[in-house]
Design a protein around this ligand. Structure first.
Ligand SMILES: NC(=O)c1ccc[n+]([C@@H]2O[C@H](COP(=O)([O-])OP(=O)(O)OC[C@H]3O[C@@H](n4cnc5c(N)ncnc54)[C@H](O)[C@@H]3O)[C@@H](O)[C@H]2O)c1
Length: 250
């Protein structure tokens, strides 16, 4: 029996990229995993790709922008497993746009997934995480820590995730729960594959956030998430861990 065998990790954005890598890392660590995503085909592909770990991974189709869906799914996960030890809020979307061209729909969608999604899933899971003295990990971004041209809406949501993480850490400081954020730089995932910058941007303003050390692999982020969920990270609370190859060091 591994040290995590009876523990349950809930992971949003599980069908792709960092979320998918985190599902695999947490399964390797022995956790029971509840994988949440809006992309059912991606969840099926994830499930079909798992070998011996498959029976420890349940999938749930959830739009994290919906309070009702976040609450009902997390209650369902608790009812099935009797506990929740980890919530990793990873689901997210990104878009590069000129500030003056961001539509109301685009803004609302960005805030709905990246900020409200983190809020509603955290609200639903915190009572169970307090019970288990568990770990809540939010995926922010270096965009929430530094100024980035042409990503104002995205950066605003990620700055919000950082503020939410710190405020939650204070609100629950007298409980056993630990609450932290991870702020990656560029990571080679579908989000980056689908990312396009408007043709007429000033590239001098884009270059500073390309960094010097290339892109990370999703596993380099999931390893940090799994560390934050572990006993070895027991003194880390209210932290924002940058995993960006030094992008925000300057
Ligand atoms: N890739 C990067 O360079 C990078 C850098 C910094 C931060 N991040 C953050 O990491 C997180 C994961 O991004 P990724 O790079 O793995 O992207 P990705 O596109 O590979 O994965 C994102 C996942 O979120 C899911 N998702 C989107 N909207 C959803 C919704 N409404 N409800 C539920 N699930 C939804 C998608 O279906 C997808 O499976 C995001 O929060 C992103 O902002 C990524």
């Amino acid at each position: 029996m591994t040290k995590n065998e009876s523990k349950v990790a809930v992971i949003t954005g599980a069908a792709s990229g960092i979320g998918r890598a985190t599902v695999i890392t947490m399964l390797d660590q022995g956790f029971q995993v509840a994988a949440m995503d809006v992309d059912t085909a991606g969840l099926d592909a994830l499930s079909n790709s798992l070998q011996s770990n498959k029976e420890r991974c349940d999938t749930y189709m959830v739009d994290v922008a919906s309070k009702e869906q976040c609450h009902s799914t997390i209650s369902q996960i608790f009812e099935k497993n009797g506990r929740i030890d980890v919530l990793a809020n990873i689901a997210g979307i990104a878009r590069s746009e000129h500030m003056t061209e961001v539509s109301e729909t685009s803004w609302n969608q960005m805030v709905g997934v990246n900020l409200s999604g983190v809020f509603w899933c955290s609200q639903a899971a915190i009572p169970f995480l307090i019970e288990s003295s568990g770990s809540l990990i939010n995926i922010a971004s270096c965009s929430g820590l530094m100024g980035q041209a042409y990503t104002v809406a995205y950066s605003a949501t990620k700055g919000g995730v950082i503020a939410m993480t710190k405020s939650l850490a204070m609100e629950y400081i007298k409980t056993g729960i630990r609450i932290n954020a991870v702020a990656p730089g560029s990571v080679q995932t579908q989000l980056i594959d689908n990312y396009s910058i408007p043709e007429d941007v000033n590239m001098d303003l884009v270059k500073p956030y390309m960094g010097f050390r290339g892109m990370a692999e999703a596993e380099e982020i999931s390893n940090v998430i799994s560390f934050l969920a572990s006993y070895d990270a027991r003194r880390i609370h209210g932290a924002v861990i940058t995993v960006d190859g030094g992008l925000t060091a300057g």
